[in-house]
Design a binder for this molecule. Sequence first.
Ligand code: ATP
Length: 303
Amino acid sequence: MKKIMIIANPSSGKEQSEEYIEKLKSILSETTQEIKVNKTKEKGDAENYAHKAAEEDFDTVIAMGGDGTMHEVVNGLRKNDQSTALGIVPLGTVNNFAKALGIPNDPLEAIEVFSDAQIVPIDTGRINDTYFVSSVSAGPIPETVQHVDSEMKTTFGPLAYFIQGVKALDQETVYPFTLLFDGKEVKEQYSLMIIALSNSVAGIQNFIPEATIEDGKLYFLGLKETNLHQKLVLVPMLFQNHADYSDQVDMIPFSKAQIRLDKENDLKTTIDGEVGLSFPAEVEVFPHSLNVLIPAKSTVVEE
Ligand SMILES: Nc1ncnc2c1ncn2[C@@H]1O[C@H](COP(=O)(O)OP(=O)(O)OP(=O)(O)O)[C@@H](O)[C@H]1O
C-alpha cells in the first residue's frame, strides 16, 4: 500500500473517531508512503474526498463512519473509473455494509484487519444515478425510520431504528407498482419493498439467505397487502431468517429492473439508510465493480 486516504466522519456513532484515526495511522505507517486524513464536515464531503482520491491515484481509501459515510465514499469512487480499493472502519449505528463483508463491528478490531487484509471484488447496485452498497427500500416502515435523528441513535444505538420502525407497523397503505425484472413484468400492490445486494439488510444478517455481495445479483423483496395481525406474524419471520416466504411476500432475484409507481405519490426511497429519490426508477447491478479490503482468509459469504 503506497498512498492511502482516510475519510473520517467525526459525527458517526459514538463520536470517537480521533482515537481511531491515530491507531489506524500507526498501523498503516509501516507499509505506506503517504497517508492523508480528511474529516467530513457535512453531507457530500465524503463523496467529494473519495472522488478526489480516485482522481489523484490513491491506491486505497479507508472510510471511517456509518453506512451513510460508506454510501457517499462508494459513490465518489464508482463515479470515477479507477480501481482505488476501499477499506472500512465501522463507526455507525447499524454498519450493515461492514457486516455484509464480515468486517468486525468493533472499530479497533476492524483497524487490525489492515495489518493482514485481502482485496476482493464485490458487486455494487445503482438506482438511477446513485450507487448503493446495501439496499434500497420504500414504504411506510423505511419512511418512518428515516426520521431517526442522531441523538436517538447515540442514545439507543440500533434499537432506535427498531423503535421507530414498529410505529409504522399498523399502517396498511399499499402502493400499486409496475415492475420489469430483466424483461419480465410484475404488477402488484406492495406495502414494503426492499432491494438488497447481500444477505444483510438493515443490520440483520441472513435476511435473504441465498444472497451474497459477490453473486452478481440484486434481490427484490415485496410485502403485499397485510393487516397488522399478518405483519406481526410475517415481519419477525423475515427478521429471523426464516426464508419461508409466504403468499404475502414476493422474492425475485434480478440484474436489471424498471420500477414505476402507478399512482400520484411522492413516495421516497431509502438508499443505504439515507433519504433517496422517488419513482420511477431504474435499478441495476454491477458485478465485481468495487475492490474492498476484508480480513485475510475470510469470505464475504456468511453462513
Ligand atoms: N462533521 C460532521 N458533523 C455532523 N454531521 C456530519 C459530519 N460529517 C458528515 N456528517 C453527516 O453524517 C452523515 C452520515 O452519517 P453516518 O451514516 O456515517 O453515521 P451514523 O448516522 O452515526 O451511522 P448510521 O448510518 O449507521 O446510523 C452524512 O450524510 C452527513 O450528513
